[in-house]
Design a protein around this ligand. Sequence first.
Ligand SMILES: NC(=O)c1ccc[n+]([C@@H]2O[C@H](COP(=O)([O-])OP(=O)(O)OC[C@H]3O[C@@H](n4cnc5c(N)ncnc54)[C@H](O)[C@@H]3O)[C@@H](O)[C@H]2O)c1
Length: 245
Amino acid sequence: MTSSHTGLSAIVTGGNSGIGRATAAKLMADGARVLVVDVQSEPTWTAEHLQYYQADVAAEGSPAGIIACALDHFGQLDFLINNAGMVGGSDVERMTDDAWDRILDVNLKAVFKLSRAAIPHLKKSRRGRIVNIGSIMSYLAGPGMGAYTTSKHAVAGLTKTLALELGAFGITANYILPGAIATGITAPAIAADPSFTEFWTKKSAIGRLGQPEDIANAINFLLTAEAAFITAHGLAVDGGVMVNP
Ligand SMILES: NC(=O)c1ccc[n+]([C@@H]2O[C@H](COP(=O)([O-])OP(=O)(O)OC[C@H]3O[C@@H](n4cnc5c(N)ncnc54)[C@H](O)[C@@H]3O)[C@@H](O)[C@H]2O)c1
């Protein structure tokens, strides 16, 4: 299926690596202009229609700065991809307040705050779209992953709410549930422990880890005009692992 985002503009958070980078590249290949936001001080890549904005999405003032930068460069905002995220923490008994707060601030509160700042501009778009990156942990749970699991479950609830509030303006809001994807987040586990890749490969009906492009392609579809009636949906892009207990 072909799609075209010519004349449309996007914000992709966490776009310096992994899923965010593949997504920004895909959107630009289909004609969008993209503001990549990342906490890293320098962009890891460049492209003709890419602008870079360095920010911690959870920092005070980041949402206003990110939106202002997008409007300065593009004059409009059509797609918001809330992708930046982090893992960490411990089991609940040993979880510190700081670890809990940081994971919830980055994975959830920043999604709320940037969405809130983007809404007035998405309402002016002819094709407003929000895609939030959840996880299979938006549905499943794992010991030692309480803060991450809580944040990703909440991203699902927030996305459904956004869909209901914004549908009247032609804006869709959906979330993706990636499975085990080979990115910066999983690189340490993949490198340290061969059983990580083995476990997720066996669990997948497709028989491999996901690649960032697998997620980018799904996000890109949700941004198309053809996906206008898909909203409040959680799309698993996991090679089938969630149905394989
Ligand atoms: N890789 C997986 O297996 C997997 C599975 C499920 C969900 N996810 C989700 O996918 C999203 C993207 O992660 P990825 O796998 O591509 O990892 P990644 O580490 O390759 O990319 C994450 C990017 O986000 C940036 N980032 C992190 N914290 C930030 C912050 N506070 N402000 C701005 N930028 C920040 C990082 O610098 C990095 O460039 C995350 O939300 C993650 O939870 C990943």
